[in-house]
Design a protein around this ligand. Structure first.
Ligand code: NCD
Length: 447
């Protein structure tokens, strides 16, 4: 498989906190003299492979590479690529990341597609958005903008609003906010709350605690939602500001991050009374110093009348996307070195043996779509979870493995049976149900 030494950006977790901060400083340098870097990546080619619509992400990447002095090749419309003939993403990236390009930016409608691209391409792969999963470079732009605006990220109070379920920008942003010690107030459109797997990961990796939030001063901001939640991380910053989280009254908001309804990922759900930021909502005292953010494109969620409000920074987020992406690409291509170390978590738990028949529960995962033809399902075992918890290595959705099999004896046990503990780690096979184990030829011991 692909070159092991390269760095990819599939998830925001692929960069350490110190690396992100160092990249901000490089972005500042690029920005101070946008036209002065045309020798840095001379002779380098970036390919953008976009199998979903895009304006900002693709064009800002292309502009960034051109400003760095490199060249750009692009497949901007899947109708014009061999995907429409049935070619797999794995084959496309193997070819384009062969002699055609030195770095790839991939956008794809299926969750987990970016991990597939990173595994099969021999050159660095940047996730330009994979289904509803992650969009880490948007997060870099969002964090960079917020950091410039507020001078820090730690301790900020950030409201996330709208379609938190399907917005990939929100998912990457949440992980980063928790890591930087910002507090999150979720104000979802009802039925579009943060997915459980995102909340579980926030809890597992950052010790995020959740409480009911009361933002009574912001009437109507989340349409008819009254389910605001307050998320605060207790590690690695050990903020632990709130020891007794039952209901948190939010009186000061540093930023409101609005998102559009991701209609292309819905199955026909109505989004009547979707939240909308207007001059009157933003007149609330708590929002006095709140920056208004949006990854764009906006549909109706932000009234055009507040574009001129000094708090609105959504066009700035898009503008800063160029220097930020220049810094990221220069780094991944080895044109600038960072002093900061890579993330400790990059040494991920090795894949475990998932029992035959075990498949990702996420119907939008690439392993259940085009990957059915060629991907080997791959699950990671999370430490210290009871019952054992497996996460899909592509889209990160979770599965509870309630049955543990012994691949030598072809026997299966409930996870909490004493015999389950005695199965040699090398022979352990995981199943969701007894029926799944039986279908794979595993039987009860002595039975
Ligand atoms: C976002 C995306 O594609 O996820 N757009 C972007 O890249 N700035 C947000 C969206 O489409 O709503």
């Amino acid at each position: 498989m692909a070159n092991q030494a390269k760095r990819d950006l599939v998830s925001i977790e692929d960069l350490s906190t110190a690396e992100i901060l160092e990249l901000f400083h490089h972005a500042d340098e690029f920005r101070a003299n946008l036209l002065g870097w045309s020798d840095l990546c001379r002779g380098t080619i970036m390919a953008t492979l976009f199998f979903e619509p895009s304006t900002r992400t693709r064009l800002s990447f292309e502009s960034s590479m051109l400003r760095l002095g490199g060249g750009v090749i692009t497949a901007a419309d899947e109708k014009n690529t061999s995907r429409s003939k049935g070619e797999s993403l794995a084959d496309t990236v193997r070819v384009v990341g062969g002699s055609y390009a030195d770095i790839l930016v991939v956008r794809h409608p299926e969750d987990g597609a970016a991990r597939v691209a990173a595994r099969y391409a021999n050159v660095p792969v940047i996730n330009g958005g994979d289904g509803a999963h992650e969009h880490p470079t948007q997060t870099l732009c969002d964090l960079y903008t917020l950091w410039k605006q507020k001078g820090r990220l730690e301790g900020l109070e950030i409201v996330l609003c709208g379609d938190l379920r399907y917005s990939r920008t929100i998912h990457s942003f949440c992980y980063a906010l928790a890591r930087f010690g910002a507090n999150i107030v979720t104000m979802p459109y009802p039925g579009f709350e943060l997915p459980d797997y995102v909340l579980h990961r926030l809890r597992r990796e950052f010790g995020v605690q959740t409480a009911a939030a009361s933002v009574s001063d912001l009437p109507g901001i989340a349409g008819s939602s009254n389910a605001a939640a307050y998320l605060t991380a207790s590690k690695p910053h050990q903020l632990a500001l709130y020891t007794n989280l039952t209901n948190v009254e939010v009186n000061r908001i540093d930023a409101i991050y609005m998102t559009r309804a991701q209609r292309e990922r819905h199955s026909g759900e109505e989004t009547l009374n979707y939240p909308r930021l207007t001059r009157s909502t933003l007149g609330a005292a708590a929002a006095k110093d709140a920056s208004i953010m949006h990854p764009l494109p906006r549909v109706d969620e932000i009234d055009y009348e507040i574009d001129d409000d000094p708090r609105s920074i959504y066009f700035r987020q898009a503008e800063l996307g160029v220097p930020m992406r220049m810094a990221l690409m220069a780094f991944l291509l080895g044109k600038i070195q960072l002093r900061a170390g890579r993330p400790a978590t990059m040494a991920v738990a090795p894949g475990i043996v998932a029992g035959p028949g075990l498949r990702c529960r996420n119907e939008r995962c690439i392993t259940n779509n085009e990957g059915v033809r060629y991907l080997v399902r791959d699950f990671r075992l999370r430490d210290n979870e009871v019952p054992p918890l497996l996460t899909c290595a592509y889209c990160e959705r979770e599965i509870e493995a309630r049955f543990v099999g012994d691949s030598q004896a072809r026997t299966v046990f409930r996870y909490n049976a004493p015999e389950a503990r005695h199965v040699e780690p090398a022979h352990r096979v995981y199943f969701e149900s007894e029926a799944q184990a039986q279908a794979a030829g595993y039987g009860a011991a002595g039975g």
